[in-house]
Design a protein around this ligand. Structure first.
Ligand SMILES: C[S@@+](CC[C@H](N)C(=O)[O-])C[C@H]1O[C@@H](n2cnc3c(N)ncnc32)[C@H](O)[C@@H]1O
Ligand SMILES: O=c1cc(-c2ccc(O)cc2)oc2c(O)c(O)ccc12
Length: 362
C-alpha cells in the first residue's frame, strides 16, 4: 500500500468513526417513528409512499424520509428489494436485526435502545475527558454526575420519564431471562418458599417466577418512588411490592434475586449490598442463597469478535463507568466479591454468551 492509499484508508476509518453516532440516532428515530412495525404490518415489502402514509408523514417530507431510509439501508437495519414489476420504486423490508425491534417480538430490543440512547446518558459522555482529568479526591463520582450535578439514582427520582424508560428497557428481557432460568438452571428454585427480587423494578421477572411457582411468596423490593408506580400482578396473587433501600436491609427470604443490579455499583458498594442479602437469606435459621443475573466477562469478550457478546460487554462496562459507579466483572472479580462478603461457594450457569445466572451460597 502506498502512502496515498494508506491516507485514504485512514481517513475513511476516521470519517466512519466520526459519523458512527448517526447509526445510533437513525436507529432511535426508526424506533420512535415505528418503521419496523409499519413494514411488518404491511405484510410485504413496503414502498416509500406507503411507509409515509403508514407513519402519518406528510407527502412534503417524503424526500426526507427517503434519505433516512437510505441511511437505515446503509447501516444494514433495513433491506431494500427491487421489484422487477415496479422498477421505479424501491421496497423496504425487515432484516433479522429489525425484526427484533418489532413490538410483537418476544426479544424486542426497542425499549432498551430508547433507554440507552436517552439524552441524559448521551450528554454525560461529553463530560468524560473532564471527569478523567480530575485529580484524585476531587470531582464527581461519574461523568453523569459531572454533567447533571447528581447521581443517576437521584436524577431518576425526579425524572419519571427516565425512570419509566429504565423499567421498560431493562425489564424487556424478563420473558427471555425467565425462560432461560427455568430451562437451563434446573432446580434453581427448589425449596424456595419466599423470594425477594432486590431492585426488581416493575417486577416483570418476579411475575414470571410467581406464575410458575404459585405457592412461592414473591416480593419485589425497590426504592419508594419506583414501588409506588408498580402495578404488576401475578395470576395467583403471590407477588407483592415493598419499598426499601438495599443498603439498609433486605427482607428475610429463602432466596434473594438481583438482576442487573451489582454491575451498577463499585466493589465496595457491592460488598455492602451483598452483606444485606446474606443477612436476609441466613436470618431466622435459614440456609438460603443469592441469585444474580449478570454478565460474567470472558477473556474472549475483550479480544475476539464474538457476535454474542463482543463489544456488548465492553460497551456496557463503559456505560456503567459513565453513568453509574459500577462495572462488568469477570469470574475472578465476582469470586473475590463473594469471598469478601463471607459467601462460601458459587455456581455460574451461562444463559447466553456472557449473560449468566450465578447462585451464591452461604
Ligand atoms: C438497572 S435497574 C434493574 C431493574 C430490574 N432488576 C431489571 O432487571 O429490570 C436497577 C434497579 O435498582 C433500583 N435501586 C437503585 N438503588 C436502590 C436501592 N438503594 N435500594 C433498592 N433498589 C434500588 C432502581 O430503582 C432500579 O429499579
Ligand atoms: O443501558 C444499560 C444497559 C444495561 C444492561 C442491560 C443488559 C445487559 O445484558 C447488560 C447491561 O444495564 C444498565 C444499567 O444497569 C443501568 O443502571 C443503566 C443503564 C444500563
Amino acid at each position: 500500500m502506498n502512502d496515498d492509499e494508506e491516507a485514504i484508508r485512514a481517513h475513511s476509518y476516521l470519517w466512519n468513526q466520526m459519523f458512527n453516532f448517526m447509526s445510533s440516532m437513525s436507529l432511535k428515530c426508526a424506533i420512535q417513528l415505528g418503521i419496523p412495525d409499519a413494514i411488518h404490518d404491511r405484510g410485504r415489502p413496503i414502498t416509500l409512499s406507503e411507509l409515509a402514509s403508514a407513519l402519518s408523514i406528510h407527502d412534503a417530507r417524503l424526500g426526507f424520509l427517503g434519505r433516512l431510509m437510505r441511511v437505515l439501508v446503509h447501516t444494514g437495519l433495513i433491506a431494500v428489494e427491487d421489484d422487477p414489476s415496479f422498477p421505479q420504486e424501491s421496497r423496504y423490508a425487515l432484516t433479522p436485526a429489525s425484526r427484533h425491534l418489532l413490538s410483537c417480538s418476544a426479544l424486542n430490543l426497542s425499549p432498551l435502545v430508547l433507554f440507552v440512547l436517552n439524552p441524559a446518558f448521551m450528554e454525560s459522555f461529553h463530560c468524560l475527558s473532564e471527569w478523567l482529568r480530575c485529580p484524585p479526591g476531587t470531582g464527581a463520582a461519574t461523568p453523569f454526575a459531572t454533567n447533571h450535578g447528581m447521581s443517576l439514582w437521584e436524577y431518576m427520582r425526579q425524572d419519571p420519564g427516565l425512570r419509566n424508560a429504565m423499567k421498560e428497557g431493562l425489564g424487556a428481557d424478563a420473558p427471555w431471562v425467565g425462560r432461560m432460568m427455568l430451562e437451563k438452571c434446573e432446580g434453581v428454585f427448589d425449596g424456595v418458599k419466599t423470594l425477594v427480587d432486590v431492585g426488581g423494578g416493575a417486577g416483570e421477572l418476579s411475575r414470571i417466577v410467581a406464575d410458575e411457582f404459585p405457592l412461592m411468596d414473591c416480593i419485589v423490593m425497590d426504592l419508594p418512588h419506583v414501588v409506588s408506580e408498580s402495578s404488576t400482578r401475578s395470576k395467583n396473587g403471590n407477588l407483592r411490592f415493598v419499598a426499601g433501600d438495599m443498603f439498609e436491609a433486605v427482607p428475610s427470604a429463602d432466596a434473594v434475586l438481583l438482576k442487573w443490579i451489582l454491575h451498577d455499583w463499585s466493589d465496595e458498594e457491592c460488598v455492602k449490598i451483598l452483606k444485606r442479602c446474606r443477612e436476609a437469606v441466613s436470618s431466622n435459621g435459614r440456609v438460603g442463597k443469592v441469585i444474580l443475573i449478570e454478565e460474567v466477562m470472558r477473556p474472549e469478550d475483550e479480544t475476539e469478535h464474538d457476535q454474542t457478546s463482543l463489544g456488548r460487554t465492553i460497551f456496557t462496562d463503559f456505560l456503567m463507568m459513565v453513568s453509574v459507579t459500577g462495572k462488568e466483572r469477570n469470574e475472578k472479580e465476582w469470586a473475590r466479591l463473594f469471598a469478601d462478603t463471607g459467601f462460601v461457594d458459587y455456581r455460574i450457569t451461562p444463559l447466553i454468551g456472557s449473560r449468566s445466572l450465578i447462585q451464591v451460597y452461604i
